[in-house]
Ligand binder design. Structure first.
Ligand code: HSE
Length: 434
């Protein structure tokens, strides 16, 4: 059988990694795919540099459309990122009847519905294992391995940069800025690091995980997003004292009246496996009604781990491109005409436990007033501690039992209006992941 001919868009970290994996493991990959997978064309900004890496025998051009429209190309691998040029090239590849493999989570989280619908119309595959959690085969695990389940929830550490930053802040007491600079030096961060630290990259990935888990259209605009840039060192320390660690989690949860989709710093009990995922590693916990909790761990970024996922998709394309398009694995795990239109819940309707920290005057009646407000809002206190601040103030930390976020918002407003309260209320969510 003739080889599968690949057109690579981009030869940066992941593009060069993909070239290396396809070259170094060519025999093993062909044994699995049933035929060779050959890079036939590459579009790249610096043609001379690319030529030095790949040698002769491969078309190297600075024009992505030349690759996308090349009649000899079977599958386009999009590794340039962003959602403008990448979108145009991907859509053109689909219109030309070429399969697409992409690592571009932003593109799919924002334009996925259009892209999958065009791909269906043109009977081509769009595969995106590398878009979520790098080398961890989480897309395949949810889409295929857990296909027997109602998935109840997904909770993931899906941004290595922020996990590295939080790990360094906790273990070595580094400031946020110093830890981020290190993550950037190590090459984990996105080109625009605000995507990492403000939770946007994790939200792109969560959008895709939620669609795969629940069979819902991609809805990036409905994800509640909070990053880690405002997280105070003292909250990391208080959490530790209470037996918790703070992680930036992407959480997707099925509730009777809708889905929760949220990314935010989260306290999790320190003895949970997820709490012990350190450095730039990623991990995703998926709970299904039949299988129970399952955990997937590995490198979420980097040249070879991400390329491992890209090449796995290429192997799928090589095996399935001659299959009847209606009998391939659906893009979002569920048949396209069986997607669920149950809404994503507004943040006020989500249910979580809460960590609340505030500074107060240390005098009689303060705790009683605070408890009265929490109690009136139906919020039950799980534990509480107080540390002195100067001669006359104290910092108070509450951990609540499960409560509705809207009730907590209301209680925070009332607490902040009290005359003896001397700071805003810091609110973090707590998940027990059971
Ligand atoms: N910037 C991402 C991260 C890597 O830090 O996890 C690729 O998604």
């Amino acid at each position: 059988m003739r080889g599968l001919r690949v057109g690579l868009l981009g030869l940066g970290v992941v593009g060069a990694g993909t070239w290396e994996v396809l070259t170094r493991n060519a025999e093993e990959i062909a044994r699995r795919a049933g035929r060779r997978i050959e890079v036939a064309a590459i579009a790249v900004r610096d043609v001379a540099k690319a030529r030095r890496l790949v040698g002769d025998g491969v078309l190297v051009t600075s024009d992505g459309m030349e690759v996308v429209r090349h009649p000899a190309i079977d599958v386009v691998v999009e590794l340039i990122g962003g959602d403008t040029v990448a979108r145009a090239w991907v859509m053109e590849a689909i219109r030309r009847g070429k399969h697409v493999v992409t690592a571009n989570k932003a593109l799919l989280a924002i334009h996925g519905n259009t892209i999958f619908s065009a791909a269906r119309e043109h009977a081509v595959m769009v595969a995106f294992e590398a878009a979520v959690a790098g080398g961890i085969p989480i897309v395949k695990a949810i889409r295929e391995g857990l296909a027997a389940n109602h998935i109840q929830w997904v909770a993931g550490i899906i941004n290595g940069t922020t996990n590295f930053v939080l790990s360094e802040m906790r273990a070595r007491g580094l400031s946020f800025d110093d830890a981020l600079a290190q993550a950037q030096q190590l090459g984990y961060a996105e080109a625009n690091p605000t995507f990492d630290v403000e939770g946007v990259d994790a939200a792109h990935k969560l959008t895709l995980l939620a669609s795969l888990a629940f069979g819902i259209p991609v809805q990036f605009d409905k994800v509640h997003i909070e990053g880690v840039s405002k997280l105070a060192q003292e909250d990391i320390a208080h959490a530790e004292r209470l037996g918790y660690r703070i992680k930036l989690l992407g959480i997707a949860r099925r509730r009777p009246d809708g889905f929760e989709l949220r990314v935010h710093p989260t306290l999790i009990p320190a003895d949970r496996l997820l709490a012990n995922v350190e450095g730039a590693m990623n991990a995703v916990l998926v709970s299904g009604d039949m299988v129970g909790p399952t955990l997937y761990y590995g490198q979420g970024a980097g040249a070879l781990p991400t390329a491992s996922a890209v090449v796995a998709d290429l192997v799928d394309v090589a095996r399935l491109d001659s299959a009847d398009p209606d009998h391939r694995v659906p893009y979002l795990a569920f048949q396209p005409d069986a997607l669920d239109d149950t809404p994503v819940l507004p943040m006020a309707e989500i249910v979580s436990s809460y960590y609340l920290r505030l500074r107060v005057e240390d005098r009689p009646g303060v705790l009683a007033d605070l408890s009265r407000i929490l109690s009136a809002a139906g919020i039950s206190i799980g534990s509480m501690f107080q540390t002195p601040h100067g001669d006359s103030d104290a910092d108070i930390i509450f951990l609540s039992h499960d409560a509705r976020e809207g009730a907590v918002d209301g209680a925070i407003d009332r607490i902040q209006a009290l005359p003896f309260v001397k700071s805003g209320v810091t609110r973090l969510r707590v998940e027990h992941l059971l």
